[in-house]
Design a protein around this ligand. Sequence first.
Ligand code: GLN
Length: 486
Amino acid sequence: MKLYELGIKELKELYRKGEATPKQVIAELLQRTKQLNQKLNAFITVDDENASEQAKQSEKMVKQKDAPPLCGIPIAVKDIFTTKGIRTTCASRILENFVPPYDATVIRKLKDAGAIIVGKTNMDEFAMGSSTETSYFGPTRNPWALDTVPGGSSGGSASAVAADMAYGALGTDTGGSIRQPAALCGIVGLKPTYGRVSRYGMIAFASSLDQGGTMTKTVYDSALMLEAISGFDPKDSTSADVSVEPFTSLLSSGMSNITIGVPKEYFVEGMDADVEKAVNDAIAAMKSIGAKITDISLPHTRYAVAVYYILASSEASSNLARYDGVRYGYRSQHPQNLLDMYKCTRAEGFGREVKRRIMLGTFALSAGYYSAFYGKAQKARRLISDDFDRAFKQCDVVLAPTSPTPAFKLGSKLDDPLKMYLSDIFTIPLNLAGLPGISIPCGFTPDNLPIGMQLIGRHFDEKTILNAAHAYEQATQWYKHKPGIH
Ligand code: GLN
């Protein structure tokens, strides 16, 4: 087995035993990334120099017993997190040459934990999309089939981890952007409870929904990274002051005392037959390892996509007003006057999907329409959230497919926004409710494309979904399958 094929847990063991060194690991990884990134376009920026320097610095420390938890571990970061001195583009022309003067809180936490930041990964522009095709830097490809999308918007992070170009990655999830690409690339994606992970330095899309999280090869690694990046942050006004549990040591392989709810609304007509079968098999597997299974109902699910696209676009239209060419970012070259400068900067700097969202959001918030659209959507959001509260009286975890289909062909949904938006149908409801969710591999299609399922938990109960995911993963071992790309 090659070093790059390992998970974080195994690599840490090798470090401790002195059987591998960060310098060796980074050299191998950068070599692989150089080769593969030409095909996959998973990274916008690879920070060779910095990564090699950090590897050198962690050389001695990795062997020590009290080494920080991610010491010498190469991690990729979605290009939505500000990184001091490293260009941060959000995959947009408007931030093409933006080099932030500060680190996002999660970046600082990763560094404190000893991680090596290897680079910034590709994404849909401003995280708006489900396929990583709206990036100004071109689409990312799925390592399982190069003519398919990796999902999105954190598609670069998913592709990088699935293709063994990083041991773990950061993503963000506003309506599914961690879980859906994780499912389509056959890895583990965890969207924590809203407020668990600081949003400071995470470029804002829809502030009431955005949440940073982890993308890893195994559930254990996800728990480990979550421990490192979680915690109260006074710099984020919606950060929650709840203690960070030792998620890794709470993992056990047992499932007794866990009741899993299966929502009937998530098994809809039109769902891909392979996905349906894989998820049904997973339910049976959960039962065989001791979980109790019960049917539940989340009746307002059908409004989730509409509600989300009104609220997320409204918030985006307001958040993106800051890109005006004045203080930072792209500025149009030959404007006639100040107003023209604003207009041209935004017309030239933003891509089509971002403009579509700004227009949708501005319309939904405009006088006379505000209560008909935004106000109504807020009310429906509450009903969706109440559905989950009721469900969690009957069960501890909700199990559902992550995405209605496996990876789709590049270009197949790009000209049909509604089709693209509908691919988020199973991921969006829990963002609206602020709940944690984890997507884990649960099988493959006959064409060898990965399928994922998600486990949804109560607020701040990451512990229980991590545990259930871990028990299932150990029993089924899907994570051992690799795309085998060279
Ligand atoms: N696909 C959804 C959207 O385009 C979700 C994106 C996300 O979670 N960042 O809005």
